[in-house]
Design a protein around this ligand. Structure first.
Ligand code: ZN
Length: 186
């Protein structure tokens, strides 16, 4: 398959990239870094895309302001997080507290490898292959009840790699109030 063709253009004072794809109309988006990307079908003349981008200048400005505010908020939130070493110590201690209840399902029965990562889209993950439980650094500033829920959730994946009823039953057996705890993360 050919890579989509992308060119840099400018319209209505907006620098943007135009990528040719099999899309129905013209798609326009502002990325988190404020850059603007349009995609259009190969048959749409570039001048038409330029005119469309120019007509959406107000929307682009708005979306850029939102992206910038979001980036500032993210930076402030990250600055409030414990450093990696502290975060790892915190999550390891919490996992040690729950480990005795899960020792029989941990790979080799051993205490798992614990990792803390700057994950933004999930709170934790479990790798059966490497025997690793990984947690988002952001979890460290979540309510303790929620941190415990994520720890138990990831431990349970050693026995159930999916989110089947059996998995949730295993979570509930350790934390009967897991639903309330889970709500704290939203
Ligand atoms: Zn899960």
């Amino acid at each position: 398959m050919n890579a989509p063709k992308t060119e840099t253009r400018r319209a209505g004072g907006i620098d943007y990239t135009l990528t040719r794809r099999r899309v129905r109309n013209i798609n326009l988006r502002v990325r988190a870094d404020g850059s603007v990307a349009a995609s259009a079908a190969p048959r749409v003349p570039a001048a038409v895309v330029d005119a469309f981008v120019a007509s959406r200048a107000g929307w682009v400005e708005n979306a850029r302001a939102k992206a910038a505010a979001h980036a500032r908020w993210d930076a402030a939130a990250d600055a409030a997080l414990p450093d990696k070493k502290q975060a790892l110590a915190q999550m390891t201690a919490l996992c040690r507290a729950y480990y005795p209840q899960f020792a029989s399902i941990c790979p080799g029965g051993a205490f798992p490898r614990i990792a803390v990562r700057d994950m933004r889209t999930r709170w934790g993950s479990c790798s059966l292959k490497t025997g690793t439980l990984a947690f988002s650094r952001r979890l460290c500033v979540a309510p303790r009840a929620a941190q415990e829920y994520v720890v138990v959730h990831e431990f349970c994946h050693f026995a159930h790699p999916d989110h089947s009823p059996a998995f949730w039953a295993a979570v509930e057996a350790v934390l009967p109030d897991y639903r309330q705890r889970r709500k704290l993360l939203r």
